[in-house]
Design a protein around this ligand. Structure first.
Ligand SMILES: O=C(O)[C@@H](O)[C@@H](O)[C@H](O)C(=O)CO
Length: 484
């Protein structure tokens, strides 16, 4: 167990003074050497032997200078246990997906600025994003470790392996040290169930995996017809048709979640679970939410957060699209259901930039909420490109436009190519333009294949500008959730 003491000894070059942590008789900090970020460790032999690096004279100090390798990140997490991801439970939380692996210090700065009770998940990446960015779960986790360390984060943190669909996804992320597992059974959700004819529904009902789910149609009808869920302002009930449609829509997904949950349990690691059914066409009605949660509970699944598919549209990188008053009413029901049947948090997927609905979400959930963001941080990186390298930005936008129709396929967005300004006078302003944001948001994989190197160089050269932008942007995201 480590105990922090003071005061830290002086360091010769200290571009990241916030990173300095002194434990017992040694100090660690992030610095620069030969134009690269490095970990410096100063103190007696014993803690040093675990790090891999070179003993060097650093100004007046004899120190160990270590590359920001995966091995050294692991040792650092052992020495500074707050950097080791852990389950965050029901605390109000926020996920800061970082596609480039360099945004975490800006996220930390925003959290520090708003204060309050939000627990962070700095390492958060969906399998889809890992595939498109060419990053491994370990890289995602390690980059977040270095970022949190650099910015002096001393609180707890989690790590979200997002949108997992298979046992193999789970294995890779568990091996890297993730602790928050978002299960996405969307391929098993029947979005047509709400509009199917009676005949089609009956046929689909007959094909449901009743034995595996340890229930029957009669049993289901009996249980849910008897259900009266007191939501305060109303009592929620399900009639025969609602039960049938909910069963067809969600029971195969329930089976899939149960299987993945059991696989995760078998790993004997500390973990918490999120269930996300947000990526479907058909909104999750409050009655369906009750059905889904009750069936999962019956089958022994436990979770800390659930992302329903809310009414209206939570599209990538833009504000909520839809009737805010209607969402307000639905959110109230979903939040009450999450409290009555859990408690668990409501998770806001595609939560970036939904400024108009944050107060509603916070109000109804009373802090039992998880805000999940990702691509909006990448867009802040592109803002830096637009400001500092206009030619590169223009070139990137052209390539993004060429690949948009193909790259948007797995995203639910309504952005249109022909609405992207053709001759924009002000490039940074494009990062505030609805359609352009979405075009850039979903083409990240293509752009990284072609422009990774210059992009990363710019992030390094203009780190302060980049982090300042992130800080301001995320203060706006976090303030409504920071509470007292
Ligand atoms: O783009 C992705 O694949 C993910 O970051 C998102 O779907 C994520 O789950 C999210 O909702 C971030 O806002």
């Amino acid at each position: 167990m480590t105990r922090e003491t003071q005061p830290p000894p002086p360091a010769p070059t200290d571009p990241y003074p916030e990173s300095r942590r002194t434990l017992h008789d040694f100090t660690v900090w992030m610095g620069q050497a030969a134009g690269e970020k490095q970990l410096f460790v100063q103190g007696p032999e014993h803690p040093l032997q675990h790090f891999q690096g070179d003993a060097v004279q650093h100004g007046p100090l004899k120190v160990l200078q270590c590359p920001l390798s995966s091995h050294n990140a692991k040792v650092l997490r052992e020495i500074l246990p707050n950097l080791k991801p852990q389950p965050l439970g029901l605390a109000t939380s926020a996920g800061f997906g970082d596609r480039l692996g360099v945004a975490t210090p800006g996220h930390v700065q925003a959290l520090q600025a708003v204060g309050g009770r939000i627990r962070p998940i700095f390492a958060q990446q969906s399998i889809r994003e890992m595939a498109r960015t060419g990053r491994t779960p370990q890289q995602v986790l390690d980059d977040a470790t270095w970022g949190a360390f650099q910015a002096g984060w001393t609180g707890t943190l989690g790590a979200d392996a997002d949108h997992l669909k298979t046992p193999e996804d789970i294995d890779r992320c568990a091996a890297a040290g993730f602790t928050f597992f978002t299960l996405d059974p969307s391929g098993h959700v029947d979005n047509a169930a709400g509009r199917d004819s009676a005949a089609v529904l009956q046929e689909k009902l007959g094909q449901l995996p009743w034995a595996a789910l340890d229930t029957s149609e009669t049993d289901l009808q009996r249980r849910y017809r008897a259900l009266r869920l007191d939501l305060g302002h109303r009592t929620l009930t399900l009639d025969e048709e609602a039960i049938t449609r909910a069963a067809v829509k969600y029971l195969p997904a329930v089976q899939q979640i149960q299987a993945l949950f059991q696989h995760l349990q078998g790993k004997n690691i500390p973990f918490e679970l999120e269930i996300s059914v947000d990526e479907g066409d058909a909104p999750t009605t409050p009655a369906e939410h009750v059905f889904l949660a009750s069936e999962l509970k019956r089958l022994g699944v436990s979770w800390v957060s659930l992302a329903p598919r809310f009414i209206g549209s939570f599209e990538k990188g833009v504000d909520y699209i839809g009737d805010v008053d209607l969402l307000n009413l639905e959110m109230q029901d979903h939040a009450l259901i999450a409290r009555r049947l859990g408690p668990y948090k409501l998770s806001l997927h595609s939560g970036s930039d939904k400024f108009s609905i944050y107060p509603i979400a916070m109000h109804h959930t009373q802090g039992l909420v998880h805000l999940k963001t990702a691509g909006t941080s990448y867009l802040e990186a592109l803002r830096v490109v637009a400001v500092t390298a206009p030619d590169l930005f223009t070139e990137m936008l052209e390539v993004a436009k060429q690949h948009f129709e193909e790259d948007r396929a797995s995203y639910h967005i309504s952005g249109k190519l022909d609405r992207v300004p053709v001759q924009p006078g002000n490039l940074p302003a494009l990062l505030d333009h609805f359609d352009t944001r979405q075009v850039l948001h979903v083409t990240f994989g293509t752009l990284l294949q072609q422009f990774r190197e210059p992009l990363m160089q710019l992030m390094e050269q203009h780190e302060t500008l980049h982090l300042q932008g992130l800080r301001e942007h995320f203060i706006r995201h976090l303030a409504p959730f920071a509470g007292a």
